[in-house]
Design a protein around this ligand. Structure first.
Ligand code: FES
Ligand SMILES: [Fe+2]
Length: 464
């Protein structure tokens, strides 16, 4: 069992004391295969949103690690997540992205499964099987645990994993910044249009660390800022509150989740966001007032990009999206991006947001194109025999984390790095790799919980 200062994953690969991480963890195929086993088969993963499957029989195909899964609502209204693989010979039982069905019929030999996963039809059951096949044993493989939270659906293959809320810990309050309505109402969001999916030629951890809080890369987006893709036609966003807010990075070492946030001074009214048409401006001004009424002092907190370990990225405000970095080999990632809007927003607001989201994110979004270009070229330039001998640098802010952070009367859960003066830090990025190393080394959830108890900043930084 590792101790507080010895939990290193193959010393030399992740050295958080020195702030150095080997390129091997991004390019090595054997390490990638281990990730599938130790991370993606154990962690809680984002699967989809209930607004994708509102009616009985609705389904949407999704992914968990490299596995194709079916998110569906059975005839009784229960939500399930099944492995999309026939129990007979493994054929994909569902080859559509989404739809509504009474049964999933395998195209290979014709076994069919109900929307609750039961095997309900077997060709030549009486003749070929002499009615002896025990159909109750051959239903679709279902995830070990499923959680529904504010419209989102999460699952894990591991029956020993902690509950979803334990897995989130206090990070849940920051996740809510993405999932609640703009007016602060519980849930209240829906997926706008379909899910965008595209391939990028880099390791999944490149985008995961970027969304964990790479506050250093703004230079990449200079051209987008100049073009002015923001809602009002200037910059990238309409968030003037950022100018008067404290800018923080917040992470949870015992969980591996991290995010950026902005915190307004006490009593400072949030400037109305999204100056576009009067309908849009009025909608968001009304929502801000409502959010303050519901959440009081906590409404001073607004979100910026974050990450639920291991591969779910949050973009809570402008634009408001969830992305999953689906691993597809050490050198390839399939990005899936869900766009969220307030379900109750007027059609004009949804149309306006659709336009803005498309300008910003996704394969055609100008900001995301900047990011992808960096990830793709950086990955390609890191694969060579010589290149992979040299580690990456993650030294910003080592030793400056604040464990108990309070500002202007507001206590914020998590370990905090204040970027208001420091401008940039790699605090949240180190947190991602700290938990990554723990997952890669731990044999059980009991061991991962041991790290939770021993996770003081210096100890945790001392040996991964
Ligand atoms: S693989 Fe599905 S019925 Fe044979
Ligand atoms: Fe970016």
């Amino acid at each position: 069992m590792p101790t507080a200062d010895s939990h290193g994953y193959r010393p030399g690969l992740v050295d958080l004391k020195a702030g150095q991480i080997s390129r091997e963890i991004f390019v090595n195929e054997a390490i990638y295969q281990e990730e599938l086993e130790r991370i993606f088969a154990r962690a809680w993963l984002f699967v989809g949103h209930e607004s994708q499957i509102p009616n009985p029989g609705d389904f949407a195909v999704s992914g968990m690690g490299e596995e194709s899964v079916i998110l569906c609502r059975d005839r009784a209204g229960e939500v399930h997540v099944f492995l999309n693989s026939c129990r007979h010979r493994g054929m994909k039982v569902c080859r559509y992205d989404e739809g509504n069905t009474a049964v999933f019929t395998c195209p290979y030999h014709g076994w069919s499964y109900g929307t609750d996963g039961r095997l309900v039809g077997v060709p030549f059951f009486r003749e070929a099987y002499r009615s002896a096949l025990d159909r109750s044993q051959w239903g679709l493989v279902e995830v070990a645990q499923l959680a529904r939270y504010k419209g989102t659906v999460w699952a894990t293959w591991d029956p020993a994993a902690p509950s979803f809320f334990d897995y989130l810990g206090d990070f849940r309050r920051y996740l809510d910044l993405s999932l609640d309505g703009w007016d602060g109402s519980e849930g209240g969001s829906e997926v706008l249009g379909g899910v965008q999916k595209w391939l990028i030629p880099c390791n999944w951890k490149f985008p995961a660390e970027n969304f964990s809080g790479d506050s250093y890369h703004n230079i990449s987006h200079r051209s987008v800022d100049l073009v002015g893709i923001g809602p009002s036609g200037s910059g990238r966003r309409d968030m003037r509150e950022r100018q008067m807010a404290r800018r923080l990075q917040i992470c949870f070492p015992e969980h591996g989740h991290q995010t950026g946030v902005y915190v307004l001074p006490k009593g400072e009214p949030t400037p109305p966001a999204y100056q576009h048409s009067s309908v849009v401006a009025e909608y968001f001004a009304h929502c801000e007032a409502e959010r303050r009424r519901r959440h009081g002092d906590w409404a001073r907190v607004t979100g910026s990009p974050g990450e639920v370990f291991p591969n779910t990225a949050l973009h809570p405000r402008q634009p408001r999206t969830i992305a999953v970095w689906q691993p597809r080999g050490a050198y390839r990632t399939e990005v899936w991006r869900w766009y969220l809007v307030d379900a109750a927003a007027p059609p004009e607001v949804k149309a306006f947001l659709r336009d803005y989201y498309i300008r910003y994110s996704g394969p055609a979004g100008l900001t995301e194109q900047d990011d992808m270009e960096n990830w793709n070229y950086a990955h390609a330039a890191s694969r060579g025999t010589i290149a992979r001998r040299h580690p990456y640098s993650y030294e910003q802010g080592i030793g400056h984390e604040i464990e108990e952070y309070e500002w202007d009367g507001l206590r914020l859960p998590g370990w905090v790095m204040d970027l208001t003066e420091a401008k940039s830090s790699e605090h949240n990025l180190r947190n991602l790799y700290r938990r990554w190393a723990q997952f890669m080394e731990a044999e059980s959830w009991a061991e991962l919980a041991t790290w939770r108890k021993s996770a003081a900043p210096q100890a945790a930084d001392g040996g991964c």
